[in-house]
Design a protein. Structure first.
Length: 675
């Protein structure tokens, strides 16, 4: 790294082969570098390091303890009530005693859980995601809202710091409006997956309240930060109730409702959304370099500094609305890179380049040497920017950050977020350790399917419309999306080249581009294909081809022996589903199978394990005769086993990218290019 100060304002960093610092260990694993001294994956399974990280996150959440009515006001996985956790070196999970203050994380935790399960369901087809979504969403609404007589009636108590653990939220808790909208957006997406109309109706009502309470003064922010600032701990601060970049959460929620056809009682949702967009465009973006502009999202402090969460949501909002924000390429680049500067100013954090990859904390004064969550979340934004802006530079930042960030996890579910190894935030807070990590890693993979997608497997990597049903069978991938508006494009990575793709039963044409409905295919060296499908107006997609998987349908009993490097168990889930243990090669796996689901579904992928050494393996499933507290029975139904011995060289994202110096400017306040 070379650094030069120009005019006392502009810091220019030239990122070349030489790196600022190399260590023997990063987070949880010994450091690996490529031939240029740049970070490379520690994990070498065929599925890749990012898929490993996603699987560990999902498995940890699936085996999380549940609470019942003897301890909580409702029945749910315990993380729906308590976002603090402990995990032993062997993977045993416990939820510690929690005070009232830490109840403040409950609503945001549930929102992050929902976003994570939505991404994971599309990617894996695992019905456990549907089950967990249903329970978490209903728990959030059942126990975290005001009553009809409150000044903000039937509204989310988004930071219930005055409530009691495992109890109904106290209405004197804080109502932080950007977190209300974050949860609202999560509920809308969950509705699009599950069809639960209660979720849609609830968020419509929240939006109506937002509109009713909107500040209509010209040039003023449409909403404050809190609905009840008199309750907030830092209420005496002159800026305590200032809402800055967190406004984007409200805009995102309103946009989605409008897209779904709800515009309010007199089109007032559109009017409110437009006012918010104008404030973002005319007031916030011209002040893009001010530290406070993209802060004020964290619930547990006033947060007057640029925060990773607001930075992420703003960047994605601008990229999603390029017609309204025509300067988006400059603005997104500036906001993302400025965060690297703002968050790294505290030398005690040791934010720096490590083996050529940026590592930085989530805020300038937060969490010591916990340098994991910022790079993991913003990697997906740099990756998206790399694709949409055709920026090799941003793509390379994303590649390096994602590889370094996914050095954090062990097979047991233990996460180490200290750059030198060990736990800081990850040892006490679950939210970032697994729910957020699951969403962020899968989103980055979606924008970089060639580099980070699992080799010789089948996955929907990215979608522009929410996937609400998917089955990954041998040579037959069927899925549906909630809707299919103009320019609906899905990106898949497949272990075979499609023989046919249909949309609503109509055959799509293999094309050179996606100017109209059809699909494109890009072959990869390992035998995989990147398949992009455009299906405007058609929601049901079927992809067929010569899949290298082996299917054992008859006599797929409790024990199955296969040759290969991956295995998937196909079964049925239902309201009377029970629990089962899984062993692989005689070793009991930490995660078992819960065959419970609020809906009866057949041909579901209920368990998978990939990244196995090539050779013969034995999978054993044993019914436990037990159930979760919501199930009506202990039924365990297995239908088939899919396995594959197809090999392919996957470099897990190692290498590539520009070899010449890459320069960034920090502190240049103009929104035009500096030459």
């Amino acid at each position: 790294m070379k650094s030069v100060i120009i005019l006392g304002l502009i810091l220019v960093l030239a990122l070349e082969g030489q790196t600022a610092e190399s260590q023997k260990q990063y987070f949880a694993h010994p450091a690996i570098e490529d031939s240029n001294g740049v970070i490379a994956p520690w994990y070498h399974g065929q599925n890749g390091q990012c898929d490993f990280r996603a699987r560990i996150a999902a498995e940890t959440l699936k085996r999380y303890p549940w609470v019942a009515l003897d301890r909580a006001v409702g029945i749910a996985p315990e993380y729906a009530f308590n976002s603090t956790w402990r995990i032993a070196p062997d993977g045993a999970i416990t939820a510690p005693e929690m005070n009232d203050w830490k109840c403040g994380d409950r609503s945001q935790m549930c929102a992050r859980d929902l976003f994570a399960w939505i991404e994971y369901y599309r990617y894996s087809g695992d019905p456990a995601a549907l089950a967990q979504m249903d329970v978490v969403a209903n728990t959030l609404l059942d126990f975290n809202q005001t009553d009809k007589n409150h000044p903000w009636p039937n509204f989310l108590i988004s930071v219930p710091v005055k409530g009691k653990p495992y109890a109904k939220a106290d209405p004197h808790g804080w109502i932080q409006l950007d977190i209300v909208a974050e949860a609202g957006m999560a509920l809308l997406r969950t509705y699009e997956v599950t069809g639960n109309k209660r979720l849609l109706a609830t968020v419509k009502h929240w939006a109506d309240v937002f509109v009713e309470k909107r500040n209509r003064a010209p040039g003023a922010p449409p909403w404050p930060r809190y609905a009840n600032p008199e309750e907030v701990r830092w209420r005496n601060s002159p800026t305590a109730n200032l809402q800055t970049g967190g406004l984007v959460y409200q805009l995102t929620m309103l946009d989605e409702l409008i897209r779904l056809g709800y515009t309010g009682k007199k089109n007032d949702l559109v009017e409110a959304r437009n006012a918010g967009r104008a404030y973002l465009r005319d007031t916030l973006l011209p002040a893009w370099s001010v530290n406070d502009t993209w802060g004020r999202n964290y619930w547990d402090w006033e947060d007057q500094a640029q925060a990773q969460t607001t930075t992420d949501w703003v960047a994605r909002y601008l990229m999603h609305n390029p017609n309204y924000f025509p300067n988006w390429t400059n603005d997104v680049r500036n906001i993302l890179t400025l965060f690297l500067n703002h968050t790294s100013v505290n030398p005690e954090s040791r934010a720096d380049l490590y083996s050529g990859a940026w590592a930085f904390p989530e805020s300038w004064n937060c969490c010591g040497q916990s340098l994991l969550w910022g790079p993991m979340e913003l990697a997906m934004d740099f990756a998206q920017y790399g694709v949409q802006a055709n920026s090799e530079w941003a793509w390379e930042l994303a590649r390096r950050q994602e590889i370094l960030a996914t050095y954090d996890a062990h097979e047991t579910g233990v996460v180490e977020d200290n750059i030198d190894g060990g736990q800081i935030e990850a040892g006490g807070w679950l939210k970032s350790a697994h729910p957020s990590a699951l969403e962020w890693v899968l989103r980055t993979m979606g924008w970089m399917p060639e580099q980070f997608g699992p080799s010789r497997e089948n996955h929907i990597m990215r979608n522009s419309a929410v996937v609400n049903s998917v089955t990954y069978e041998k040579g037959n991938i069927g899925y549906s999306t909630f809707d299919a508006p103009e320019n609906t494009v899905d990106v898949l990575r497949l272990s075979f080249e499609p023989d046919s793709i249909t949309a609503n039963g109509k055959t799509l044409t293999l094309s050179a581009s996606l100017a109209a409905n059809g699909y494109t295919v890009k072959t990869l060296p390992d035998g995989d294909c990147i398949v992009s499908i455009r299906h405007d107006g058609k929601k049901d997609i079927v992809v067929k081809g010569n899949d290298p998987q082996v299917l054992a349908e008859k006599n797929a009993g409790a024990t199955y022996t296969f040759k290969g490097n991956q295995v998937r168990l196909i079964g049925s889930v239902s309201p009377d589903g029970g629990l089962a243990d899984v062993s692989l090669d005689g070793i009991k796996q930490l995660v078992g199978i819960d065959f419970w689901n609020p809906k009866s579904l057949r041909r579901q992928m209920v368990y998978y394990k990939n990244g196995l050494p090539a050779g013969e393996h034995t999978l054993t499933v044993v019914a436990r005769g037990q159930k979760n507290p919501l199930s009506q029975g202990c039924q365990v139904t297995m239908e088939a086993v899919q396995s594959s011995a197809a090999g392919g060289g996957n470099n897990n994202g190692e290498g590539g990218g520009p070899t010449h110096a890459q320069r960034m400017i920090f502190g240049y306040s103009s929104r035009t290019d500096y030459v």
